[in-house]
Design a protein around this ligand. Structure first.
Ligand code: NAD
Ligand code: TYD
Length: 378
């Protein structure tokens, strides 16, 4: 094999898209998917590639340092793409310890395993890569200075054609000071610092990327878009936090996976790249688009389900606005989002409606009870 790469969290939402892309695109790479299969990990996300000869699944906890070192040795690993994490802000508010354990200690355990194994090789860090996937949430929150929307300062493929606003003049840059507010973003910020410390202290060849909110197939239905698609289908209430005015910057998951591929191969060691498509949406606006799309695809009257919108108690410490400036990545590596947002949402809604069995398996049983308790307590 030309390369042996561990991808952590490959049974999760974004990880499964990255594993699929690498396994299909690089038949001469061995891809080792290391995943603990928490509630968010689902091997059903990977049935189409599970029998490929260059794919291996290992069920393991990234916090298990001895196991991580053993895997580095067993597969002579030369690259790590690290996505495994606890990823849901609402869960982090209820259970911060699990987030510190997996996101901080798990990342540290992987860093140390890579360092110890690569230190033992004659060529040391030559040709090696430790790529850590992070989030824009570490930068904190931007203000909503223009609630009615500004003219777009940048145009991209994702937003061209359709005029799309920005809701403030400020954007997150790679140089923006970290200012996390939730236990989730605090744990991701901490892990980012450890990754950079391993470069600065030991010279480990690291890269960090910070991406905006992803959407697309295989996302666990506790996150806004798949949760709402499923609730609309079943005509259940749509719990909108606060007034629905918070702004998120949405990127189609396959565009993120393509960026990860390109940065893993062409990105500069020790650099940080922001990934996003200049695609800001107020929650309430995106929810209306999702309702209209589901209604249309189900043959209902468009907008018929708008009355499912239910304003509920706001999330504690709810960040107002996220907006990524990804011009560095566009200028240095030529990456751009490939999809118009309208097309991405249409494909996403269609996928969830066509894969109801995937959804039903997750939303029945234990998760259903968890979600009902969560909703009742709001
Ligand atoms: P996800 O919750 O869907 O998947 C996480 C995966 O990690 C699951 O398969 C889970 O089983 C696995 N995992 C959790 N704890 C583990 C442990 N201790 N050991 C091994 N595996 C473990 O998450 P996602 O949305 O796909 O996010 C993936 C990464 O991308 C995360 O690091 C997240 O912070 C980052 N990110 C996500 C978004 C987004 O919008 N979802 C945006 C930017 C960055
Ligand atoms: P989410 O998908 O949890 O992503 P994140 O918190 O990482 O941005 O939420 C996206 C936005 O939608 C966020 O502003 C919170 C809001 N939201 C709701 O209004 N209702 C919900 O039920 C959920 C899950 C999220």
């Amino acid at each position: 094999m030309k390369r042996n790469i561990i991808i952590t969290g490959g049974a999760g939402f974004i990880g499964s898209h990255v594993v699929r892309l690498f396994v299909n695109k690089y038949p001469d790479y061995r891809i080792i998917n290391v995943d603990k299969l928490t509630y968010a990990g689902n091997l059903a996300n990977l049935v189409d590639i599970e029998d490929k000869p260059n794919y291996t699944f290992v069920k393991a906890d990234i916090c298990d340092y001895d196991k991580m070192l053993e895997l580095m040795r067993q597969y002579d690993v030369d690259g790590v793409i690290h996505l495994a994490a606890e990823s849901h802000v609402d869960r982090s508010i209820k259970d911060p310890f699990t987030f510190a354990r997996t996101n901080v200690m798990g990342t540290l355990s992987l860093l140390q395993a890579a360092k110890v194994y690569w230190d033992s090789k004659p060529e040391k860090y030559e040709g090696k890569r430790f790529y850590h996937i992070s989030t824009d949430e570490v930068y904190g929150a931007l203000e909503l200075t223009h609630p009615e929307g500004l003219e777009p300062p940048f145009t991209t493929k994702a937003s061209s054609g359709q005029h799309h606003e920005a809701y403030g003049e400020e954007f997150f840059l790679e140089t923006t000071k970290y200012n996390p507010h939730s236990p989730y973003s605090a744990s991701k910020a901490s892990s980012d610092h450890f990754v950079r410390a391993y470069h600065d202290t030991y010279g480990l060849p690291t890269i960090v990327t910070n991406c905006s909110n992803n959407y697309g197939p295989y996302q666990f239905p506790e996150k806004l878009i798949p949760l709402f698609i499923n609730n609309i289908r079943h005509r259940k209430p749509l719990p909108v936090y606060g007034k629905g005015e918070n702004v998120r910057d949405w990127l189609f998951v396959e565009d993120h996976a393509r960026a990860i591929d390109q940065i893993f191969h062409e990105g500069k060691v020790a650099e940080t790249y922001n990934i996003g498509g200049f695609n800001e949406w107020k929650n309430i606006d995106i929810i209306r688009v999702v309702i209209n799309t589901v209604d249309r695809l189900l043959g209902r009257k468009e907008g018929e389900d708008l009355d499912l919108i239910t304003f509920v108690t706001d999330r504690a410490g709810h960040d107002m606005r996220y907006a990524i400036d990804s011009r560095k990545l566009q200028a240095e590596l030529g990456w751009e989002p490939s999809l118009q947002f309208e097309e991405g949402i249409e494909r996403t809604v269609r996928w969830y409606l066509d894969n109801q069995e995937w959804m039903d398996r997750i939303t029945s049983g234990e998760y259903e009870k968890y979600y009902e308790d969560m909703y009742k307590n709001r």
